[in-house]
Design a protein around this ligand. Structure first.
Ligand code: CUA
Length: 349
């Protein structure tokens, strides 16, 4: 390899290392597991720092020995004598086997213990069923008979038990600031504990980002979610609202949207309780329950913001351009169709 090529290769490697550390696209470290927002993630972050500390000590000790050996035993000019030849040293060999075994055990015991502790649920913790779909998360609250999507609303400071499964392929639920990752497996149930820091009385809800952490097809990168933590009174109000049927559409445009929702075939995949719930059963549906669509802060796998005035238009015009491979097809809606559908959807608070 020429000198220039070697330099170029080194530069490329450096760029790779630096870019992997960058926080571009990760606003305010929203996916940073080292800035925990709950007791479970905090405990895991502390464990990470413990392991990191041990690794630093090992690194320093090994490199001091290495540098010492390189300098002390280097070949010197004019010194032609053969160094002393050594073969086998039982004491040394036992020592360098036992030390790593002790270190690995010291790391493994607390790690494995936590794997079990945070993937089991106390019998009295609140339950939420999580169902993975290509490419969105669905939630069912058995205690309240509520279905929702993308955003997991929970009372802050309470232990919540996620009972997870998948409708199609492997997915993985990861809220970096709240807990480690856990698989969603078709035909199987996995458990994951979730707990956020408490919110003071009257405090505003807090949002934490979720990302699917297993490659699950074309739009894996667009499979996100949120955990929305709120005070108990806010959560109770949220539950009460979610249990209601859809709000009456207000105004002509929204009413036109309600009609279009049926005539354009949206109701074949989405349920809106009170308006389009002929099947009455969410479990057979392909798309999210939209009864309270407007009460969510995000949609389309939590990749589009409800507040963004262009987002819903963009999504309705051609879902597969935003989420490649999406089961929601381009319905060939006209601009006025989209306007009416948007008015209807935004009335579903
Ligand atoms: Cu679901 Cu990646």
């Amino acid at each position: 390899m020429s000198k220039n090529r070697a330099k170029l290769a080194l530069l490329a490697l450096l760029a790779l290392v630096v870019s992997s550390c960058s926080t571009i696209g990760v606003q305010d470290g929203v996916l940073d597991s080292l800035s925990p927002a709950g007791p479970i993630a905090e405990d895991l972050a502390n464990l990470y720092w413990l392991v990191f500390g041990i690794a630093v000590v090992v690194f320093v000790v090994v490199h001091i020995g290495l540098i010492y050996a390189i300098i002390r035993f280097r070949e010197r000019k004019g010194d032609e004598t053969e160094p002393k030849q050594v073969e086998g040293n039982p004491v040394l060999e036992v020592v360098w086997t036992v030390i790593p075994v002790v270190i690995l055990a010291a790391v493994a015991v607390p790690t494995v213990e936590r794997v079990f502790r945070y993937t089991e649920c106390a019998p009295d913790s609140m339950r939420v069923e999580v169902i993975g779909h290509q490419w969105w998360f669905e939630y069912y609250y058995p205690d309240y008979d509520i279905w929702t999507a993308n955003e997991l609303n929970i009372p802050a400071g309470e232990e919540v038990c996620l009972e997870m499964t998948s409708d199609d392929v492997l997915h993985n639920y990861w809220a970096p600031k709240l807990n480690g990752k856990r698989y969603l497996i078709p035909g199987e149930e996995t458990l994951l504990l979730m707990e956020t820091n408490p919110i003071a009385e009257g405090g505003a809800p807090e949002e934490y980002y979720v990302h699917c952490a297993e490659f699950c097809g074309l739009s894996h990168a667009r499979m996100r979610g949120r955990v929305v933590a709120m005070t108990q009174p806010d959560f109770d109000a949220w539950v009460a609202n979610q249990q209601l049927p859809a709000a009456e559409p207000q105004g002509e445009l929204a009413e036109e949207g309600l009609e279009l929702f049926g005539s354009q075939g949206c109701a074949a995949c989405h349920l809106i309780r009170g308006d389009y719930d002929e099947s009455g059963d969410n479990t057979v549906l392909i798309g999210p329950d939209l009864t309270h669509f407007a009460s969510r802060g995000s949609f389309a796998g939590s990749t589009l913001e409800y507040e963004d005035p262009d987002a819903l238009k963009l999504w309705l015009a051609d879902p597969p351009t935003w989420k490649p491979g999406s089961f929601m097809p381009n319905l060939g809606l006209t601009e006025s169709d989209i306007e009416a559908l948007e008015a209807y959807l935004r009335s579903l608070e």
